[in-house]
Design a protein. Structure first.
Length: 463
């Protein structure tokens, strides 16, 4: 599936979602990932306004001066990136002490972190000498959010990687310029899941990697292996990535020849994707070419690398890897994949995949492709994403009552199973389901026996 220029906006909306620019309930719906069976289609989340301004990278702390805030990564930080969000929030992403962090500051009240997790513990840590306090919240998986306010500026620091209290205290102290002390008896959280790069659930996971490596016992044999992500060029000058595992001085590789590989890996990490077995999986995800994404989940058992496979729902063939981009893991252990989807036009969407056994993954039952980002304030764009009805269009309003939409009605696709239906919202209000039929070897659908093109003035397909 190809993503055309307009879909670049979708990536920005995806980043806006992770940055907290969309509503909390939409984030929860996407992260939770389940939709009931299509026979009882629920109402999709009400449209919310898209981010008014895209993220804007700046060269350093000086880029934050127009916002009236001054922040920077602490000494010893690596992979530092500076971003202004919606001309209001200063953000610094960095790695430190084996963890990835997102620091924010703004002249605003309240929580500016954009993090919506169910925290199991919240404590008050004190800044030494000035009587101020920071609120430190910890999630079940060890993720930590720190909030504090100083001189009219609100600050937030988030990491999904379970830092030790000592490391967290040192980093916040360096940023705030005042020593932060944890409560007496604070115990260190569970060790962090090791990662090769920034955790994929950080605000901007789209980092190109170069020769990254980490040591970890991925096959539980008490011997530590070295896992490397290597970028290289083939004899035609094409860029590709491969995985190298060094075990007891011997190397084993996974790369071109084994499967389609991304030219650039923008997510690479170690994660226990399949609970209950003794292995920690290697995840490599990125763009193969022209916005065709692939995600490889690899298991090393001490002798060989076994890649995950999937059965294509479109042609029934078994492929190595999962087509789409790795977004993270849902709370129920599912794999979240985002990708370009063709259903009454192309749009960027996310769906849950689950392990079906023997390293094979497939759609989670009842899940759908759910649009990422929000275009509800862009109803009048000349070439979509909103669709204008051209012929009387059969639709089931609110999932039950059959109706016909009049020509000129504007709709926006919000989700699809890419098999039998799409859910849409109407510009005038309300939502409904349109039944679709995909004929063999055709990416376009039929509605009540007529080609989809007959019903709309324009369908914004990519490619």
């Amino acid at each position: 599936m190809k993503r055309f220029a307009a879909l670049l906006l979708s990536v920005m909306m995806c980043l806006g979602l992770l940055s907290g620019c969309l509503a909390k309930d939409l984030f929860a719906a996407l992260a939770g990932g389940k939709t009931p069976d299509a026979t009882a289609v629920p109402a999709p989340p009400a449209p919310t306004a898209a981010a008014a301004n895209p993220l804007k990278e700046v060269n350093g702390p000086a880029g934050f001066l127009p916002l009236g805030v001054v922040i920077d990564a602490p000494a010893g930080a690596e992979n530092v990136r500076y971003t202004v969000i919606a001309d209001a929030i200063a953000e610094v992403q960095f790695s430190h002490s084996g963890c990835g962090f997102t620091l924010r500051a703004a002249k605003a009240d309240g929580d500016i972190s954009g993090v919506y997790l169910d925290f199991v513990k919240t404590e008050e840590w004190l800044f030494k000498g000035n009587g101020l306090a920071a609120e430190v919240s910890t999630a079940a998986d060890g993720a930590v959010l720190v909030l504090w306010k100083l001189n009219g500026v609100s600050y937030s620091l988030f990491t999904p990687n379970a830092p030790t209290p000592a490391a967290l205290s040192a980093i916040v102290s360096s940023i705030a310029g005042s020593e932060l002390t944890p409560p007496a008896g604070t115990e260190a959280p569970a060790p962090a899941t090791p990662v090769l790069s920034d955790d994929p659930l950080l605000d901007e996971p789209f980092h190109f990697l170069e020769d990254m490596q980490i040591t970890y016992d991925i096959d539980s044999d008490t011997v530590v292996e070295t896992v490397k992500l290597i970028e290289y060029q083939d004899s035609y000058g094409m860029d590709y990535t491969l995985i190298e595992i060094v075990d007891n001085g011997e190397s084993i590789y996974f790369g071109n020849g084994d499967a389609d590989m991304p030219q650039f890996g923008d997510v690479a990490c170690l994660m226990d994707v399949i609970p209950g077995d003794p292995y920690v999986e290697i995840i490599l995800s990125g763009d193969m070419m022209s916005s065709d994404y692939i995600t490889h989940i690899l298991r090393y058992d001490g002798k060989k690398i076994t890649p995950a496979t999937m059965v294509s729902p479109y042609d029934g063939q078994v492929y190595t890897g999962i087509f789409g981009h790795f977004y993270g893991m849902g709370e129920d252990g599912s794999i979240l994949i985002d990708d370009g989807v063709d259903a009454l036009g192309s749009f960027w969407a996310m769906r849950d995949f689950v392990h079906e056994g023997n390293m094979r993954f497939g759609y989670d039952h009842g899940s759908t492709w759910t649009r990422l980002g929000d275009y509800s304030d862009l109803w009048d764009m000349e070439y979509g994403p909103a669709l204008t009805v051209k012929l009387p269009l059969p639709i089931y309003m609110s999932g039950t009552a059959p109706e016909v939409l009049a020509p000129g009605t504007k709709i926006l696709v919000t989700e699809t199973d890419r098999e039998s239906f799409v859910n849409v919202v109407l510009q005038k209000g309300g939502w409904g389901r349109i039944d679709l039929e995909w004929k063999k070897d055709s990416y376009k659908a039929y509605i009540a026996g007529l080609p989809e093109d007959d019903y709309f003035e324009y369908l914004p397909y990519a490619g």
